[in-house]
Design a protein around this ligand. Sequence first.
Ligand SMILES: Cc1cc2nc3c(=O)[nH]c(=O)nc-3n(C[C@H](O)[C@H](O)[C@H](O)COP(=O)(O)OP(=O)(O)OC[C@H]3O[C@@H](n4cnc5c(N)ncnc54)[C@H](O)[C@@H]3O)c2cc1C
Length: 413
Amino acid sequence: MNYNVFNLLWQGLSGHKGWQQAWRSPEPKPRYDAVIIGGGGHGLATAYYLAREYGMTNIALLEKGWLGGGNTGRNTTNVRSDYMFPESAAIYDMALRLYETLGKDLNYNIMLSQRGWLTLIEDQHQMEGARHKANWLQCNGVDGEIIGAAQVAQMMPGLQMKGRYPVRGAFLQKRGGTIRHDAVAWGYARAADRLGVDIIQNCEVQGFEQENGRITAINTSRGRIETDRVGVAVAGHSGVIAEKAGFRLPITSHCLQAMVSEPVRPFLDHVVISPGTGVYINQTQKGEMVMGGVLDLYHSYGQRGNFPTIEKVITSAVEMFPAFSQMRLMRHWAGIVDISPDSSPILGQTPVENMYINCGWGTGGFKAIPAGGYMLAHSIATGRPHELAAPFGLNRFRDNRLVDEGAAAGIAH
Ligand SMILES: Cc1cc2nc3c(=O)[nH]c(=O)nc-3n(C[C@H](O)[C@H](O)[C@H](O)COP(=O)(O)OP(=O)(O)OC[C@H]3O[C@@H](n4cnc5c(N)ncnc54)[C@H](O)[C@@H]3O)c2cc1C
C-alpha cells in the first residue's frame, strides 16, 4: 500500500483498519544467494540496493534484536557532508544527495530537515582550520562557508557569544541538518521487503561454516542457513563477527552517549557544535533538545551511559545556552560505536573470500547510511569494491594509505 494523502484520508474515514503490515516476519529459508548481517541502517540500505540496483532478491537480512535497535535508533540524527579529504567528501556527499531524494524513493517520510549545520569557531587556530576546510570543500564540489560572529548571534539568539569559548564565527553547511533515524530504518525495511528481501529479526548470527576460505553456511539462533555471499554491517560488533569468521579487524568498540531535555518551544533552528566543549545540540520537531558529546575512551560493549558524561555534556550545553539551566533532562542512552585507526570506514573485501564488510563509521555513520549500503551492495553483487569505496579497503592499513579524517575534520557525528 502506498503512503499518500488519498490512502490517509480513506483510512481515516474507515477507522484505520486497512493499513498493511509494513514488512513481513518470514521464517528463515534453508538457503539464500546472499545474507546480510545487521538490521541497522547500513544493513537495511544494503538489502534495498542489492534488490533494487543489482536485482538480487533471494536474500535475507538477519538481525539479532529489532530493526534499528543498535546505533541507528540511538543516534542524534545529524547529517552533513563537510568532510575534508576528497575520498571522504565523495562518499559522504553521495549519502547526503541520496538522502535528499530518499523519502520519495522509499515512499516514506524520513523527515529530512536541512536546517544548517554550524561548527562554531572559538579561536584563531580553528578559524584557520575552517578556512582551510572551506577551500578543500570548494575543490571537492561540496558546499560550506564561513560566517562571522554577528551572523551567528543573529541565527542563534540564545547562544552565549562571550563565554569561556568566545564565538568568532562558524563554519556553516546549509545542506546539513537532521533526519528521523527510525524512519530511515523503517523506510528501507519496508521498501526492501516489497522487493522480496526476507527481513528476519530475533535471529543472532552465532558462527560460520567454511570450506576453502569461503563461507558455506551461517549458524544462527534460528537455525542453519546456507549462502553464497555474506555482507556484514554490525557496527560495534564488527570485531565479534570477524572473530567468528576467523580474522581480526583494526576496530575498537566504545560507548557513545546522548540525551534529550524535556520539550520546549522552538528555540534553536540549526544544529550546532562547539569544538571547545565537544558538545553538539539540535532541537527535535517535538521540541526536545538532543545533546551529545565525545565518546568514552575505554573499550566497551556496554550499551549504558554514565554520570560523568551526563555532567560534562550538560555543563557544556548550559555554557553555550545559559537558558538551558531552566530545563529538565528527560532521557539518556548509549550505543556501541566502531572506531577505526583513521576514523574512516572500512568497506569491501574481508580475508574470507565471499564475505564483505561495512564498518568503522564510528560516531558519524548515520549520515552515511545510503552510501554505505550502496557500497556494500555493490561489493556483494560484483565481488569488487565500488570506485568510491576503493580507498576504504582493509588493505589501506597494510599499505599505509590512511584517510585520516579524525585528524582532518576533527569532530565527527
Ligand atoms: C549516541 C550516538 C549518537 C550518534 N550521533 C550520530 C549523528 O548525529 N550523526 C551520525 O551520522 N552518526 C551518529 N552516530 C553514529 C551512527 O549511529 C552509527 O554510525 C550508525 O547508526 C551505524 O549504523 P549501522 O547500521 O552500521 O549499525 P547499527 O545501527 O548499530 O546496526 C547494527 C545491527 O547489527 C546487529 N547485530 C550485531 N551483532 C549481530 C549478530 N551477531 N547477529 C545479528 N545481528 C547482529 C545489532 O543488533 C544492530 O541492530 C551516533 C551514534 C551514537 C551511539
